[in-house]
Design a protein around this ligand. Structure first.
Ligand SMILES: CC(C)(COP(=O)(O)OP(=O)(O)OC[C@H]1O[C@@H](n2cnc3c(N)ncnc32)[C@H](O)[C@@H]1OP(=O)(O)O)[C@@H](O)C(=O)NCCC(=O)NCCS
Length: 170
């Protein structure tokens, strides 16, 4: 799939914006560590309107330091504070698909947006996926979330050849 894409649509090749974008060295993207817990829960609560500490404890346990190979939980640190995070994982042969990198979640502090931080996170997780040997990134988003759709489209992501299905259990 990725081999058929034009170079401009390959993950991580979006031309950096000029002007207000944060200089790359002003933002450090690194693996999440236990000290980041409160900041991550806080950003997620601001974005979604719901604090979910138990969920995040589980994410830190499974995707934080010492996580299984292929799992990534990265934070962007700007001005000494966590300004955003991204979580993803290489999944092998699920849905009949060769191994690919799934991005499960990406959030940037609402006060730090449109400054290139989300792009830095996406580029770094893409780098990690490439190092893990995969050449395709997938994600899923709510069809109402025009902001996230615009963000992923800006990084060259296109509709995938899969259809999500669901049913409400009685
Ligand atoms: C999507 C999100 C991660 C983008 O982070 P960001 O740091 O603001 O993104 P960037 O500054 O790197 O922007 C990259 C591109 O995304 C698009 N984009 C970003 N903000 C946008 C906006 N408000 N409207 C339209 N497009 C936008 C643009 O194409 C932008 O490129 P450009 O500035 O050259 O036009 C951030 O807005 C966010 O956390 N949103 C909420 C996420 C969410 O709902 N998460 C739950 C489901 S995973």
């Amino acid at each position: 799939m990725a081999g058929r894409r034009s170079p401009a649509r390959a993950a991580g090749t979006k031309a950096r914006r000029t002007g207000a974008a944060v200089p790359p060295d002003a933002v450090k993207v690194r693996r999440a560590k236990p000290d980041d817990f409160a900041a991550v829960v806080g950003i997620d609560a601001r974005v979604t309107g719901l604090a979910k500490p138990a969920y995040w404890q589980d994410v830190f346990r499974r995707y934080g330091r010492g996580a299984a190979a292929g799992r990534q939980f990265l934070v962007a640190e700007a001005g000494g504070k966590v300004a955003g995070f991204v979580i993803g994982e290489v999944r092998d042969w699920e849905f009949g698909s060769p191994p690919c990198g799934w991005v499960f979640g990406i959030d940037v502090d609402p006060d730090r947006r449109q400054d290139g931080i989300g792009s830095r996170l996406f580029e770094e997780i893409g780098r990690g996926f490439r190092q893990a040997g995969v050449t395709v990134i997938r994600t899923m988003l709510s069809r109402d979330n025009a902001l996230v759709l615009s963000f992923f489209r800006s990084h060259g992501m296109m509709a995938a050849p899969f259809i999500p299905l669901e049913i409400e259990l009685a």
